[in-house]
Design a protein around this ligand. Structure first.
Ligand SMILES: *Cc1c(COP(=O)(O)O)cnc(C)c1O
Length: 394
């Protein structure tokens, strides 16, 4: 007789057969250009540690000092007894860094979206959402109860069509896009999206998780990149990628930030960022404000690696950022490619459905300022070898 959980067993077998089962590798070293993965030293092409801050000595030092002074946990939600001076300091410093009026932090970027979208729109309202937006935007949108209207990926003309057809049927409208799309590495045309959303009186929100610390002057993000200060109502950021820590941030209009203090459910009902997280993020801001060296190195590495991959004959898709997809097609090929790379000392993730559309499986290489040119060369050599072996390149 089948048990009531037999379906899970069946689904897991299906995933394995389709090449879509997540085999999770375990690290026994800090983050950096090289990792100890499942007992093996490998070149790291997987992490979102864009600036190498996840194990930066200054962040580590700041955490040690803060922990000695404040302990580790906030021990309450922000609205009861969980708001520490450090949280306010981080929020003020983030707002200043990003040149916006106000900022509020959350436990993660995911939570920042879950907090913000339902606080801004509800049943009478509509969300105009890029079809490739991140899962946390989709989940936040569903939670809001608003009507979700998808427009074609990075297609301002299609957004205009959707707004002109449907805006009138709803009370409030929210236009949301990822800043940098995490699977393709392309950047949303936020200037055009702003120009289109504006006359429709739509609130404009961008999720800049992969742009924070990467795009704009000294890593100030996508709004800075396009010079749209004061025009984008809500900017979501994460502190878990380029910042190398964990946490989320909402920056922008002070009314939105104040509203989130009153109505953001993950703010009201889930405890705050921990002391180490907060102190480490403050140290990351110090580093970013002192010098653009890390951001500059990230981009130099990105240009070098992409050019060489194209020279080898790989298709790196639409990316214009350090996210470098290597397009392979079917998920089993991508998984095999990733396994062979690992055998050759390179840790690079295969991504398949549902993370990316069916038939668009790929290896995703994440470039970091922590890579040296010799590291990138070693990675390129492995890609060349495995690519030829599997008939992906000539
Ligand atoms: C990674 C990511 C998130 C989640 O950020 P966390 O801080 O890790 O929760 C949200 N949105 C986008 C677009 C992302 O790429």
């Amino acid at each position: 007789m089948e048990t009531k959980l037999q379906w899970i067993q069946d689904e897991l077998i299906n995933l394995k057969e389709a090449g879509l089962y997540n085999r999770i590798r375990t690290l026994s070293s800090p983050q950096g250009a090289w990792l100890q993965v499942d007992g093996k030293r490998t070149l790291n092409f997987c992490s979102n540690n864009y600036l190498g801050l996840a194990n930066h000595p200054r962040l580590v030092q700041a955490v040690q000092e803060a922990v000695m002074r404040y302990g580790v946990g906030p021990a309450a939600v922000r609205t009861i007894a969980g708001t520490m001076q450090l949280h306010l300091e981080l929020e003020e410093r983030m707002a200043a860094f990003k040149n916006v009026e106000s900022a509020i932090t959350f436990q993660s970027g995911f939570n920042a979206n879950l907090a913000t979208i339902p606080a801004l729109v509800g049943k009478e309202d509509a969300i105009f959402s890029d079809e490739l937006n991140h899962a946390s935007i989709i989940d936040g949108s569903r939670l809001s109860g608003a009507k979700i209207i998808r427009y074609n990926h990075c297609d301002p003309a299609d957004l205009e069509r959707a707004l002109s057809e449907q805006r009138k049927n709803f009370s409030r409208a929210l236009v949301i896009t990822d800043g940098v799309f995490s699977m393709d590495g392309d950047v949303a045309p936020l200037d055009e999206i702003y120009a289109i959303a504006q006359p429709y009186d739509a609130i404009l929100m961008v999720d800049d998780a992969h742009g924070e610390g990467v795009l704009g002057r000294g890593g100030r993000g996508i709004v800075d990149h396009f010079g749209l200060h004061g025009k984008v109502d809500v900017e979501i950021g994460t502190l878990s990628k380029a910042f190398g820590v964990v946490g989320g941030v909402v920056a922008g209009n002070p009314l939105v930030v104040e509203w989130l203090r009153q109505r953001g459910r993950p703010f009201l009902f889930s405890s705050a960022m921990t002391v180490p997280d907060t102190a480490a993020c403050l140290a990351a801001l110090d580093i970013l404000e002192e010098s653009t060296a890390l951001v500059d190195k990230l981009w130099a590495n990105t240009r070098y690696f992409k050019t060489e991959m194209k020279n080898l004959g790989f298709d790196t898709g639409l990316s214009t950022t350090p996210i470098t997809p290597v397009m392979l097609g079917e998920a089993p090929l991508a998984q095999q490619f990733s396994r062979e790379l690992f055998e050759n000392g390179v840790f690079a993730m295969a991504l398949g459905f549902p993370t990316v559309p069916r038939g668009k499986a790929r290896i995703r290489v994440m470039i970091s300022a922590s890579h040296e040119t010799a590291d990138l060369d070693q990675g390129l050599q492995a890609f060349s070898k495995v690519g030829k072996q599997l008939g992906v390149i000539l």
